[in-house]
Design a protein around this ligand. Structure first.
Ligand SMILES: *Cc1c(COP(=O)(O)O)cnc(C)c1O
Length: 388
């Protein structure tokens, strides 16, 4: 047993795929202290720069004074606090849904939704580049798991037309986490209507960032928000919202089904109520601080301009996720390492997280960055390109 594990680990090491954790000893911000050294970081999902916001820190402290530290029990026993409940109501109103339900993490929200809505006689249709938590959720549900090529709705429609399944659930990232591109939401909803399906939309990277006042991907169309009873909307709260957790917003019967049967909702201790209390402040900052989204938009423009003449190309993305396509894993690691030596953190993303030969640097921008930070990154990348 042990020699088998050691052998597997050695192979992983030899393939350059062993991952190591760095120890961060500072709050998440544009600059972090990791392994004892200060870095300019382009590696977090703290898109709006809220993870270390004084108003959120204060709100957590206030919430702790009011509700204590631990929730003590699961939501269905007696852990469902007024703070959780108030946040659910606020999240539903903010995103334009009749009801919302708080989960401890986005991973648990996805497994809860898919397993509660789909089972043995059903089919789950999934974009090839969806987040791992959606794929795991589909496998756990025991539904037929049907994947379609990234954003290819022609293939998706063929597979929908061919299915005999009782219930059909399409699952998709709204903003793809390793690409930064955006799903064609209106067209996915049209397919749901044509083939009597539901759409689970995972807006981990759109909530707070996209749409009017940061209300998310469904609000990103300029004229008006997309409203459909067929959408089950999932947003995470540890990224742009700067805290932790996730919520699902949908029609009342769907939310009630989740409360009754989503195992990752039922069989786990509720999150500390103070976090929900602080999330009310997050929602307020997301709604009010338009300047954070404007700063992000400027950083995106500056980065694209700064990297135009590089041999490596940015993938087409208008979101804060700006992947620089390198190709080979070893080369991606070399560049990431070169940046690190220059005091800049940008993670190299390698297979199996991304397809073979598509290793990349995942540059993630934050409203907490300053224009000089972006300039430092583009200068360093030009230096490294000149050396290769
Ligand atoms: C981060 C992420 C999740 C998981 O959310 P957590 O709250 O971190 O568990 C789910 N889906 C996508 C697309 C993500 O990027």
């Amino acid at each position: 047993m042990f020699s088998d594990l050691a052998g597997q680990l050695r192979i992983r090491e030899q393939q350059g795929l062993r991952r190591v954790r760095q120890i961060v000893d500072s709050p998440q911000a544009s600059h972090v202290t990791a392994d004892g050294r200060s870095y300019l970081a382009f590696s977090s999902n703290d898109y709006l720069g809220l993870a270390n916001h004084p108003a959120l820190i204060q709100a957590v402290c206030e919430g702790m004074q009011r509700y204590g530290v631990g929730a003590g029990a699961s939501h269905l026993v007696n852990g469902h606090s007024a703070a959780h409940h108030r946040f659910e109501e606020a999240a539903a109103a903010f995103t334009g849904f009749p009801q919302a339900l708080l989960f401890s993490t986005g991973y648990m929200a996805n497994t809860g939704v898919v397993t509660a809505l789909a089972g043995r006689d059903d089919a789950v249709f999934s974009d090839k580049l969806n987040h791992a938590s959606l794929n795991d959720a589909a496998l756990l549900s025991r539904a037929k798991f049907i994947r379609y090529p990234h954003l290819n709705l022609v293939v998706l429609e063929k597979r929908l037309a061919a299915t005999q399944a009782r219930r059909r659930l399409i699952i998709s990232d709204a903003v793809f986490s390793m690409e930064g591109d955006i799903a064609p939401i209106a067209r996915l909803i049209a397919l749901c209507e044509r083939y009597n399906a539901l759409l689970l939309l995972d807006d981990a990277h759109g909530f707070g960032v996209l749409g009017r006042q940061g209300r998310g991907s469904l609000h990103a169309a300029e004229e008006r928000a997309v409203h459909s009873p067929r959408v089950v909307y999932m947003a995470t709260l540890g990224k742009a919202a700067g805290v932790s957790g996730a919520f699902v917003a949908a029609q009342p019967d769907i939310i009630e089904t989740l409360i009754q049967s989503a195992r990752s909702y039922i069989y786990t201790t509720a999150t500390p109520p103070a976090l929900s209390h602080a999330l009310l402040t997050s929602l307020r900052l997301i709604e009010q601080d338009e300047w954070r989204r404007e700063a992000l938009a400027q950083h995106i423009v500056q980065l694209k301009q700064g990297l135009q003449s590089l041999p490596w190309k940015l993938l087409p993305s208008d979101t804060p996720i700006q992947p620089l396509l390198i190709g080979g894993s070893a080369e991606a690691v070399r560049i990431s390492q070169g940046l690190r030596e220059r005091g800049i953190l940008v993670p190299a993303i390698r297979p199996p997280t991304v397809p073979q030969g598509a290793a990349r640097l995942r540059i993630s921008l934050s409203a907490a960055h300053q224009p000089q930070d972006i300039a430092r990154l583009t200068d360093a990348l030009h230096e490294l390109a000149a050396q290769s």
